[in-house]
Design a protein around this ligand. Structure first.
Ligand SMILES: NC(=O)c1ccc[n+]([C@@H]2O[C@H](COP(=O)([O-])OP(=O)(O)OC[C@H]3O[C@@H](n4cnc5c(N)ncnc54)[C@H](OP(=O)(O)O)[C@@H]3O)[C@@H](O)[C@H]2O)c1
Length: 286
């Protein structure tokens, strides 16, 4: 195991750092003497976070960017290397929620979700790999979701974007073999962040929410211990049971999940009527 000082002066890009898990992660790296480069769209928040980080790590900086745009996502990596001379760790954490009745989702919204939640991670990763190869290695952390273990209703597109991230990361485990680039796939369970306030429709989940600092700590531990896949909170009885049940009794889990937040019969009826009158996905239910 490596010591805490192994993060000293490491350049760490953290996307989605203007709130929640990314914010906690950038700060946690700064406290270890690493140099976080915080990325998101809300610049004021990034400025405030960077001032906080600079009291632990004077070279901490930020880049305001819309990661749903390929050029901006790639430029985050290029600007970081130009500014700090290298990149050691890339944490792909930015995402939007997509919690919506399937009949209300348009193809454009579906594409936006894939672009921000998955393609942004691919674009930053592809931009970073040549630098990491040149440097002899580094780490990429992809923040996925427990929603890829058990998919709640109304989360199809969100889960699809995270499943794409899972497949991409798992492929990199083998494709980057021997390169010195280690990839971590991290699945947060329910975490207390503003993502819950951004849902298009109310969520049925009313259980415990864990602090984002817990995820930041697990990201750091996973890098240190060269873990491949981590669920946070780790060894949580309910999450472990949910995973075990979805493996041994998938039909039961599907039924249980559908009961927790059911698709209302009246919504389905409206969707049928709208479909009969020629409406398309996204406009089937008001
Ligand atoms: N909280 C949970 O319960 C939970 C559970 C499972 C997985 N996760 C995953 O954990 C990660 C962090 O989520 P969180 O809970 O911390 O949510 P959050 O507080 O809503 O943070 C999301 C971050 O992503 C950024 N972002 C969104 N769209 C962006 C874009 N187009 N370009 C650049 N940045 C963008 C946001 O910043 P701006 O709006 O300023 O751009 C924000 O900083 C996400 O990948 C999420 O899917 C969260």
């Amino acid at each position: 195991m490596e010591s805490a000082n192994d993060f000293k002066n490491k350049v760490v890009i953290v996307t989605g750092a203007s709130s929640g898990i990314g914010h906690a992660t950038a700060l946690a790296f700064a406290k270890l003497g690493a140099i976080p480069v915080s990325v998101a769209r809300r610049e004021q928040r990034l400025q405030e976070l960077t001032e906080q980080c600079q009291s632990f790590s004077p070279d901490a900086s930020y880049i305001a960017a819309d990661l749903g745009i390929q050029e901006e996502a790639e430029n985050v990596v290029h600007k970081t290397v130009k500014r700090h001379g290298r990149v050691d760790i890339l944490v792909n954490n930015a995402a939007i929620p997509m919690h919506k009745l399937i009949y209300r989702i348009s193809a454009t919204e579906a594409e936006d979700t894939m672009r921000i939640n998955f393609l942004s991670c691919l674009w930053t990763t592809f931009a970073a790999i040549p630098y990491l190869l040149k440097q002899g290695g580094g780490t990429i952390v992809n923040v996925s979701s427990f929603a890829t273990k058990v998919i709640p209703t109304h989360e199809t597109l969100y889960a699809a974007s995270k499943y794409a991230m899972n497949g991409f990361t798992k492929g990199l485990w083998t494709d980057l073999e021997g390169s010195g680039i280690h990839c971590v796939l991290l699945h947060p369970g329910p975490i207390a962040t503003e993502i819950w306030d951004k849902l298009d429709e109310p969520d049925a989940y009313n259980g415990e929410l864990y602090p984002p600092e817990l995820v930041a700590d697990e990201i750091i531990a996973a890098i240190r211990k060269k873990r491949f896949e981590v669920v946070v909170p780790r060894n949580n009885f309910k999450l472990v049971m949910a995973r075990v049940m979805s493996l041994i009794a998938p039909a039961l889990v599907r039924h249980g999940v559908a009961q927790m937040d059911p698709i209302k019969p009246e919504s389905l009826e409206k969707a049928r009527l709208s479909a009969s009158s020629g409406k398309t996905m996204g406009e089937l239910v008001d």
